[in-house]
Design a protein around this ligand. Structure first.
Ligand SMILES: [Zn+2]
Length: 66
């Protein structure tokens, strides 16, 4: 009697919650719009993400789509 050796791997459910810089709230399904490379401010480079509604409202194009 063979035991089932195939274990079902749980799908990687990475919660894509992130901060939308434009409406200043945490939401999901955000895209990286731009990276502010100015040295001012804390952190090594500021990444600005926007949710889909904000992309449409502000006419934002994700970096990956350029
Ligand atoms: Zn937004």
């Amino acid at each position: 009697m063979a035991e089932p050796t195939q274990t079902q791997s749980t799908p990687t459910t990475l919660s894509a919650y992130a901060y939308c810089w434009w409406h200043k709230g945490v939401t999901r399904d955000v895209r990286l719009i731009q990276i502010e490379e100015t040295g001012s401010g804390p952190g090594p480079g500021r990444q600005r993400f926007a949710c889909h509604p904000c992309q449409i409202t502000h006419g934002l194009v994700p970096l990956a789509d350029r």
